[in-house]
Design a protein around this ligand. Structure first.
Ligand code: HEC
Ligand code: HEC
Length: 512
């Protein structure tokens, strides 16, 4: 569906193209390899890689067998306006897009997000700060691209989780657990799929969107109030200066019902979900290669792909042990022991217990959901705490987690990260970070000793790491670095039916 849109754009203005974009500002697309033969026979690299691709069972279409909405559909259009609306922020200063902008890879390009209280609420990405310069949100903001492709759970710890995890269903077939209910229970209000269930939560987080608005009241009461604000009824009446949302909802839901009936939080969450589910960015050079275009990858990328898919015994990186399938994730949780920085979700210890915090099972301490690697070139920084700013650091970590984390702390821990430049007394911000990371490393060592870890030491040299990085970059959809191609997911300046649309700018004041 989006492909169709892009095709249309290609005809009109050019859609970034695939594989060989000519723009030299484009950091993603590798220089097209000089190619002596226009239609080459498969070389030895192609034969090895082809065998590995078959073994990995890849289809070349990460969105295979899914029914996902088109951004031109009415519900995603409504969802777009809500996603960009500060009216869903308790104090009108934060929107979903504050941490998930399409032009920032569907995230915020920060180590840790800054939600409410930003000095300039409309400034997104590097330079977004609140008054003490210290980000308050405990985990790195993951991309919302391809969120319609998860079947198991959302969040780094899958605390929004499908019971049945049915393939291709995005959580729509069986019950869903959310943080509103205890682990193992179904949330009767979760809605039709994982993204709809997830969309009920950012508005309830004081750091992300809520501030102190209705502090102490239940999540349900808060959501009802926000719906009433958007719908201009009951307790929320008159909270917006201008309000034309009813017409938008009536159009999107093809209904003439009144605001109380139509503008409920369930319907807000549904529209937000449909908007996000329309963000399918799965066309990339590697997928083209899997589909038979042997020229779509450079030789270096082919070498990197081979290393990625080969097991450690075969001399590779063993990456596909966890980053498996067309989306490069098993949707399971593992300990990798990336540096533990920031306030974390460890109940006041600056630690982050990961999956164990949900399941209560200490064996899952420091386990995080395997990220998809699609569009990885535009979603830095990396990991649940955003500690690594480059893919090279990630690869060095896989090579030797103990050394790389030690280097990270020797180089100043968070203080070396661009987001923490100029933070006063930075060295003393998270005094337990190194010790907490050490605990995660110990957990990894225990699991390795007992044979429970899929993470083997790959022993990659510098060239091999660079090859893998080159391969990883080929997993990025050219549309994600092309503002024109992204335009359908970004509202024009005055599209919202009230005064609170977030029109994002970068630190230099340029429109995103
Ligand atoms: C202040 C920043 C911030 C704001 C505002 C925000 N998010 Fe997020 N979002 C995050 C962070 C951080 C996570 C990961 C949290 C975790 O895993 O514990 C996340 C996770 C998600 C995920 C899960 C992605 C995945 O791969 O599992 C989705 C979907 C999402 N957010 C959508 C939304 C929507 C919809 C809104 C608005 C209602 C929103 N976010 C507002 C920071 C933010
Ligand atoms: C044991 C399972 C496992 C193996 C093997 C594995 N990974 Fe990962 N990978 C993960 C998990 C889990 C995370 C998230 C860790 C965190 O957030 O703390 C991750 C994170 C990443 C990230 C950062 C993604 C992001 O969006 O933040 C990259 C890049 C990555 N892995 C690449 C690789 C490469 C390349 C290899 C092979 C050398 C590899 N992984 C091997 C499980 C694995």
């Amino acid at each position: 569906m989006r492909l169709l849109y892009c095709l249309l754009i290609v005809v009109l203005v050019g859609c970034g193209g695939s594989g060989g974009s000519s723009s030299d500002a484009d950091p993603i697309t590798p220089d097209p390899a000089p190619d002596p033969t226009p239609d080459p026979e498969p070389g030895p690299l192609d034969e090895t890689l082809g065998t590995l691709i078959t073994r990995a069972g890849l289809s070349g279409d990460a969105a295979f067998n899914r029914t996902l909405p088109d951004i031109a559909d009415p519900l995603p259009q409504l969802g777009k306006k809500l996603f960009f609306s500060k009216s869903l922020g308790g104090e009108f200063d934060s929107a979903c897009v504050s941490c998930h902008h399409p032009a920032l890879g569907g995230g915020d390009n920060l180590t840790l997000p800054v939600g409410v209280g930003a000095a300039n609420p409309d400034l997104l990405g590097p330079g977004r700060v609140d008054d003490n310069l210290i980000p308050d949100v405990p985990r790195h903001s993951p991309t919302v691209f391809n969120v319609g492709l998860w079947d198991s759970g959302l969040f780094w710890d899958s605390r929004v989780e499908s019971f049945g995890k049915e393939a291709f269903a995005n959580g729509s077939v069986s019950d869903i657990r959310t943080p509103d209910v205890a682990f193992g229970l179904a949330d009767p209000d979760a809605g039709p799929n994982l993204p709809a269930a997830q969309a009920r939560f950012p508005v309830t987080s004081a750091e992300e969107m809520r501030s102190n608005f209705l502090a102490g009241e239940t999540n349900a009461a808060l959501r009802e109030h926000l719906a009433a604000r958007i719908g201009n009824y009951g307790a929320g009446q008159g909270e917006l200066l201008s309000n034309d949302w009813l017409a938008e909802f009536q159009g999107a839901f093809a209904s003439t019902a009144d605001a109380e009936t139509l503008i409920t939080f369930d319907n807000i969450a549904l529209a937000l979900a449909e908007f996000q589910r329309s963000m399918v960015f799965t066309s990339n050079p590697f997928a083209e290669y899997v589909n038979g275009d042997l020229d779509a990858l450079t030789n270096q990328q082919k070498e990197g792909a081979i290393l990625f898919f080969q097991t450690v015994d075969e001399g590779g990186g063993g990456c596909a042990n966890c980053h498996s399938g067309d989306r490069f994730t098993d949707e399971l949780h593992h300990v990798i022991a990336f540096p533990q920085i920031g306030p974390g979700k460890g109940d006041g210890t600056d630690d982050d217990f990961g999956r164990a915090r949900e399941t209560g099972d200490d064996n899952e301490r420091y386990h995080f959901r395997t990220p998809s690697l699609l569009n990885i070139a535009v979603t830095a920084p990396y990991g649940h705490a955003g500690a690594y700013e480059s893919l090279d650091q990630v690869l060095q970590h896989y090579d030797n987690p103990g050394n790389e984390t030690e280097d990270f702390f020797d180089a100043g821990g968070v203080c070396q990260l661009s987001q923490f430049e100029g933070v006063p007394d930075c060295e003393n911000l998270y005094p337990a970070a190194e010790a907490n990371t050490e605990l995660a490393l110990q957990k990894l060592a225990e699991e390795r000793n007992s044979g429970d870890s899929l993470f083997e030491n790959p022993n990659l040299n510098g060239n091999e790491r660079a090859d893998i990085v080159a391969f990883l970059e080929s997993l990025t959809d050219p549309c994600t670095v092309d503002r024109d191609c992204l335009a359908p997911w970004i509202p024009t300046r005055d599209e919202a039916p009230d005064e609170n649309q977030l029109n994002a700018v970068d630190a230099g004041g340029a429109d995103l």
